[in-house]
Design a protein around this ligand. Structure first.
Ligand code: MRU
Length: 353
C-alpha cells in the first residue's frame, strides 16, 4: 500500500483529508487556490513540504484552466501571496512563492501569456519529483550517519509529529530516515509521540508505521523522557518547519522539550529537513513567527469537550529548538551538517558528511 497525501494529474488535484485519518480515507478535490488555502488552514493537508506543494499545485490547476487571462503574472503573485498567509511558521510555501515569482517574472520577458502559463505549470509539477528525491537522499544520509555511531547494532529511534509520506510528496524526512533504517534491516523499533493537541503522531505516524510494517510503539508526549531513559533510544530524529541561519529550528510544539531531554540523556538529536525548509534570511530562531492555533484544538477531541469550560488556552503550534541542542546534526539532501556548518553547506561552500 502506498500512502499518498497528494494526488495530482494535469488539471486535477486531490488531497487526502488528514482530519479524518486514521479511520476514514477520503480525498477532497482542490479546484482552486482558495480551496488549497482552506485545506491548508484547516489542516486537511499539513506538513511543511506538503503545504508548499499543494499550494503551488492548486495554482497549476487554475493556470491550466486559463486563469490570469492576459496578465498571468498578477494572478500568480496574488495567489502566492494568499497561499503564503495560510500558515506562517513553515517556510516552504513562502520560499516556493519567492522562487516561482522570480521564475515567472523572468519568463514573462520572453513569453506570451499562454507560454508563460505552460512553463510555470512545468516548474510547479517538478516540485513533486524533486521533493521525493530529496527525501530519499535525506533518508539515506540520515540512516548512514546514525549507523556510523553503532556499527553492528540495530537502532531505536524516537520521533515526533508526522514527517512521512503524509507530510511530503512521498517517503518523508525524519520518517524517511526511519524508513531507510527499516529497509536496511537495522531498525529495531521506532517510538512515536502522540503529539498533542492535533495528534499527528498517534493518528498519522502510527498509521504510516502500521501500513508499512515498521516496528513502532506509540507513547504520549509526557512519556518521552522516561522512554529515553528506559528504552535504549539510539537517536531522536524530528522534522522542521523552518531552519534558520544559525541552525535554530522551528518544529511541532514539543520538539524543544525532546531536545532538552535528549541532551540530558546523552542521546544524539537530529533534525531532518530538505533545503526547501531552510531560511538563511533569518539569523536566529527568535525571528521565526510561531503560529497560534484555535483553543478548541486543546479543549476538544473530535468535537468532544475534554477541558473545563471557561478555561483560558494557549495553543502555539510550534516551538524553536536552539541549535546548541541539535547535537546529532541537520540531515539535508546535501548531507548531514552541524548547525554551525549549515550556511556554508547550503551556499555550496561545504560538501557532504
Ligand atoms: O502542524 P503540522 O502538522 O503542519 O506540523 C508539521 C510538523 O511540524 C512537521 O514536523 C514539519 O512540518 C516537517 S514535515 C516533513
Amino acid at each position: 500500500m502506498t500512502l499518498e497525501a497528494i494526488r495530482y494529474k494535469a488539471g486535477s488535484l486531490q488531497v487526502l483529508n488528514q482530519l479524518l485519518l486514521p479511520h476514514q480515507t477520503v480525498y477532497v478535490e482542490v479546484r482552486s487556490v482558495q480551496d488549497a488555502y482552506e485545506a491548508i488552514k484547516s489542516m486537511k493537508v499539513r506538513g511543511a513540504p506538503a503545504i508548499a506543494i499543494v499550494g503551488c499545485l492548486s495554482l497549476a490547476v487554475e493556470l491550466r484552466a486559463g486563469a490570469g487571462g492576459d496578465d498571468p503574472v498578477t494572478f500568480i503573485r496574488e495567489s502566492l501571496c494568499h497561499l503564503t498567509s495560510a500558515r506562517p511558521t513553515a517556510v516552504n510555501m513562502g520560499r516556493a512563492a519567492r522562487e516561482l515569482m522570480e521564475f515567472a517574472e523572468n519568463e514573462s520577458m520572453e513569453k506570451n501569456s499562454e507560454q508563460l502559463r505552460e512553463s510555470v505549470i512545468a516548474w510547479i509539477e517538478d516540485m513533486l519529483e524533486r521533493d521525493v528525491n530529496d527525501n530519499r537522499k535525506i533518508g539515506n544520509y540520515g540512516a548512514q550517519h546514525i549507523l556510523s555511531g553503532v556499527p553492528r547494532d540495530s537502532v531505536t529511534i524516537l520521533t515526533h509529529c508526522n514527517t512521512g509520506s503524509l507530510a511530503t510528496a512521498g517517503y518523508g524526512t525524519a520518517l524517511g530516515v526511519v524508513r531507510s533504517l527499516h529497509a536496511l534491516g537495522r531498525l529495531k523499533r521506532m517510538y512515536c509521540t502522540e503529539t498533542r493537541p492535533y495528534n499527528q503522531g498517534s493518528r498519522l505516524t502510527a498509521y504510516e508505521a502500521v501500513a508499512e510494517g515498521i516496528p513502532a510503539t506509540l507513547i504520549t508526549d509526557s512519556m518521552a523522557a522516561l522512554t529515553m531513559r528506559e528504552m535504549n533510544i539510539t537517536a531522536v530524529v524530528v522534522g522542521a518547519d523552518r531552519v534558520v541561519a544559525n541552525g535554530d529550528t522551528a518544529n511541532k510544539v514539543g520538539t524543544y522539550q525532546l531536545a532538552i531531554a535528549a541532551k540530558h540523556h546523552g542521546i544524539p538529536f537530529y533534525v531532518a529537513a530538505p533545503s526547501t525548509s531552510c531560511d538563511l534570511s533569518l539569523e536566529s530562531g527568535r525571528d521565526i513567527i510561531i503560529e497560534v492555533r484555535p483553543p478548541e484544538e486543546l479543549t476538544n477531541i473530535n468535537g468532544v469537550p475534554i477541558a473545563a469550560p471557561g478555561i483560558e488556552v494557549w495553543n502555539p503550534a510550534f516551538d524553536v529548538t536552539p541549535h546548541q541542542l541539535i547535537t546529532g546534526g541537520i540531515i539535508t539532501e546535501l548531507g548531514v551538517f552541524l548547525p554551525s556548518e549549515l550556511q556554508a553547506a547550503l551556499t555550496g561552500r561545504l560538501t557532504a558528511l
